[in-house]
Design a binder for this molecule. Structure first.
Ligand SMILES: Nc1ncnc2c1ncn2[C@@H]1O[C@H](COP(=O)(O)OP(=O)(O)OP(=O)(O)O)[C@@H](O)[C@H]1O
Length: 257
C-alpha cells in the first residue's frame, strides 16, 4: 500500500530530448495523477504522447525533471506497472492461454497458480472459449483483449495504454471501451491512456490532458464529470456532446499553438 498523499504518477518539470543537441520533444511537463484516476493524453501527432508513456514506464530516460510512480523511480516501479501497446504484440507461436501466462512464467510463479490466474483472466475478458487458439485465429478485438489480459496478469496498479483500440472498427472500439471500464471497476487500476479519438477520451476518462506540439507541452486540462458507470447511453447525452465539442475546440487550438 502507498502512504496517503503519494500520487500514483507524478511528473515534475519533465523535459525530454533525444540527444544532447536535439530540440526537446517534451518541455516542462508537470502532471499529478492520483490513485484511481483515468487520465487521457490527447494531442497532435508527434507532440510526444507515446514518449511520455515510455518515460513513465522507465523504458526511456528523462533529460531533466523528475518522475515518480507510487513514490518510486519509474525503473523501480516496473513491477506495479503494465504497458498495453497499439498492436497486440502477441507471440504467434503461443496459444492465447500461453500468451496470457507469459509474464507469470517469467516471474517463476508456481504452475498451479499460473494456470488459475490465467483462467480467471480469460474469463474476465470473455475469452475462455478460445484459450487453445493461436493469435492468427482471432479477430483484432479478441487479440487486444488477450493483450489486456496479459497486461493484467501481474496485477498492476498502474496501466499505461498507448492507442490500444486504434486499429479497431468503431463499434468494436466502443464495446472495448465499455469492457475496459467494467474491468477497471473490478480491478481499480490507475490509467494513463493515449488516443487520437476525442470521443474515446471523453468516454473513458476522469481527466483529459491536451498537449501542444514543438515542444510537447500541456496546453489544457479538462475534468470529465460525466456520471459513472458510463454506458452506451452516456454517448447519447448532451453533456457528452458538449464535452466532445469543447475538447475538439481545445485540440484545434493546440494544433495551432
Ligand atoms: N527513439 C527516438 N529517437 C529520436 N526521436 C524520437 C524517438 N522516439 C520519438 N521521437 C520523436 O519524438 C517526437 C514525439 O514522438 P511520439 O511518438 O512520442 O509522439 P506522439 O504524440 O505519440 O505521436 P503519434 O500521435 O503520431 O503516435 C517525434 O518527433 C518523434 O520523431
Amino acid at each position: 500500500m502507498s502512504a496517503p498523499g503519494i500520487p500514483e504518477v507524478l511528473l515534475t518539470n519533465v523535459t525530454k530530448r533525444f540527444g544532447p543537441s536535439a530540440a526537446p520533444v517534451l518541455d516542462a511537463i508537470s502532471l499529478t495523477v492520483e490513485r484511481g484516476e483515468f487520465v487521457t493524453l490527447l494531442g497532435p501527432s508527434g507532440c510526444g504522447k507515446s514518449t511520455l508513456l515510455k518515460l513513465v514506464a522507465g523504458l526511456s530516460p528523462i533529460t531533466s525533471g523528475e518522475i515518480t510512480v507510487n513514490g518510486m523511480t519509474p525503473v523501480n516501479a516496473r513491477p506495479i506497472v503494465s504497458f498495453v501497446f497499439q498492436d497486440a504484440t502477441l507471440l504467434p507461436w503461443r496459444t492465447v492461454e500461453k500468451n496470457v501466462a507469459l509474464a507469470l512464467e517469467l516471474e517463476g510463479r508456481p504452475r498451479d497458480e499460473t494456470a488459475q490466474t490465467t483462467q480467471s483472466l480469460l474469463q474476465l475478458v470473455d475469452l475462455s472459449h478460445v484459450a487453445q487458439h493461436y493469435p492468427r485465429q482471432l479477430s483484432g478485438g479478441m487479440k487486444m483483449r488477450v493483450s489486456i489480459a496479459r497486461a493484467l496478469a501481474t496485477r498492476p496498479r498502474v496501466l499505461l495504454m498507448d492507442e490500444p483500440f486504434a486499429a479497431l472498427d468503431e463499434i468494436t472500439r466502443d464495446r472495448m471501451n465499455e469492457e475496459l471500464l467494467r474491468l477497471r471497476a473490478e480491478q481499480d487500476w490507475t490509467v494513463l491512456f493515449v488516443t487520437h479519438s476525442v470521443a474515446e477520451a471523453i468516454f473513458l476518462s476522469s481527466r483529459v490532458i491536451i498537449l501542444a506540439p514543438h515542444p510537447g507541452r500541456i496546453a489544457h486540462e479538462l475534468t470529465i464529470d460525466l456520471p459513472w458507470p458510463r454506458t452506451a447511453e452516456t454517448r447519447e447525452s448532451e453533456a457528452f456532446d458538449a464535452l466532445v465539442n469543447r475538447a475538439s475546440r481545445l485540440l484545434r487550438e493546440a494544433h495551432r499553438a
